[in-house]
Design a protein around this ligand. Structure first.
Ligand SMILES: [Zn+2]
Length: 174
């Protein structure tokens, strides 16, 4: 995996900041009133995927795999990606499995759409810049040297997820 100085510097999870805006549309998602073809109108130039899986350059992350969180007795129908390191860090930390988690740089191979779990009325406008796709993601690199959330932040997030589960709130994946 390529390890670049730039990635290490950008690896602190600043909430909701797109680390690499699309260069074609300068992060706006539109060019002259048309949807930017380079970033599918997201304004994101580099997407991330947090997981506990060990992957290598060129691997595909596909649908039909076990979800990061939620019910175990089903497979996902989408794969998830984000333009912010903070959201990817949560994904890596909260993913099922052992270990500290990994954050990969990924490219979508098909259409992507807003992740409805993070774009409801509570979070209008997709502030975490989270997306999903029915097509696989291609691994093009890995972010190293990223700093995780504090134990207190992690515990608070796990509590929140646990409460949501008790209330019967499952991640939207259909
Ligand atoms: Zn663009």
């Amino acid at each position: 995996m390529p390890v670049s100085e730039a990635d290490a510097v950008a690896a602190s999870p600043v909430p909701f900041v797109v680390t690499h805006p699309c260069t074609a549309c300068h992060g706006h998602g539109m060019i002259d009133g048309q949807v930017c073809p380079g970033c599918q109108a997201t304004g994101v130039g580099r997407f991330f995927h947090g997981t506990k899986a060990n992957l290598k350059l060129g691997d595909r992350i596909g649908v039909g795999q076990r979800p990061n969180f939620g019910k175990l007795d089903r497979t996902t129908t989408y794969v998830y990606l984000t333009g912010t390191l903070d959201a990817a860090t949560w994904g890596a930390e909260l993913a099922l499995g052992e270990g500290s988690g990994r954050i990969y740089i990924v490219e979508p191979t098909g259409p992507i759409e807003n992740d409805p779990n993070l774009t409801d009325k509570k979070f209008p406008g997709n502030p975490t810049r989270s997306y999903r796709s029915r097509e696989s993601l291609r691994v093009t690199g890995e972010v190293t040297g990223w700093r995780g959330h504090s134990p207190e932040q992690l515990e608070a997030m796990r509590d929140g997820l646990r409460r949501a589960k008790e209330q019967g709130v499952e991640p939207i994946d259909d």
